[in-house]
Design a protein around this ligand. Structure first.
Ligand SMILES: *Cc1c(COP(=O)(O)O)cnc(C)c1O
Length: 228
């Protein structure tokens, strides 16, 4: 199937999921996860009107961003953030979904060019306490959120989670994140729950997701040969 056909089919599937959940499809953004996918396929989707793309590896992302300047793309960073990468992330991205440390937030705020709008961020929450994964425990989330709120060049938008690979009950996991999001929202203005990937976006939408991050379910298998 061509990527263009698959793209329009996926938008349809998202709309159907939204309807089932009695939600408006306009409140759900498809974030095309283009890591390890070719520049040509990103170009193809950008030409169809897709605006939001996500990358996990900085070097790979910078090459793509540079090649695709003529499109009006919002680039989202969703990978692990090392402190020596914050300058480039603050300069070239409009969103970061994988923020989980105050010192990284401080650097991003300091390094965000003042000619750009504040960097939109989501705090990554590690719901299932998997030690090898990024994200903070839910119990630390509120404190970090209050600290991030004080930073001038960062706009805290919400929470992100990446559940276990073979989570037997994704709906439950996503609903748990939504509960925390809702209670945090009573004290801090937030509007973005970034949850759901190729395998579980339907459950994520049912549980209230605003951004579904879809890679292989849109582009097809990732190419390990693409340099990172
Ligand atoms: C790779 C990745 C995705 C996309 O995963 P697919 O299974 O290809 O849809 C989403 N979110 C994050 C944080 C990722 O690293």
């Amino acid at each position: 199937m061509s990527i263009i056909v698959r793209y329009h089919q996926l938008l349809q599937e998202i709309a159907v999921c939204a309807k089932k959940a009695q939600r408006s499809p306009e409140n759900i953004t498809l974030l095309a996860v283009s890591k390890k996918q070719t520049i040509e396929s990103i170009e193809c989707l950008a030409a169809q009107g897709q605006r939001d793309f996500a990358e996990s590896y900085l070097q790979e992302a910078l090459t793509k961003i540079n090649h695709l300047k003529r499109f009006d793309i919002n680039w989202h960073f969703i990978g692990k953030i090392q402190s020596n990468k914050t300058q480039a992330i603050a300069t070239h991205f409009s969103w970061v979904h994988s923020l989980d440390r105050l010192n990284i937030a401080l650097r991003l705020s300091q390094q965000r060019p003042t000619t750009l709008k504040p960097l939109n961020v989501c705090i990554q929450v590690n719901l299932q306490e998997e030690s090898q994964k990024g994200g903070i425990p839910i119990s630390d989330c509120e404190q970090l959120a209050f600290e991030i709120r004080k930073l001038p060049n960062i706009n805290l938008r919400g929470l992100m989670a990446l559940p276990k690979k073979h989570d037997p009950s994704p709906l439950q996991t996503f609903s748990k994140l939504n509960q925390h999001f809702s209670s945090l929202k009573k004290r801090i203005p937030l509007d973005t729950l970034s949850m759901g990937m190729s395998q579980d976006f339907e459950e994520a939408i049912q549980a209230g997701s605003h951004v579904v991050r879809i890679g292989e379910g849109l582009f097809g298998p990732r190419d390990a040969g693409i340099a990172t």
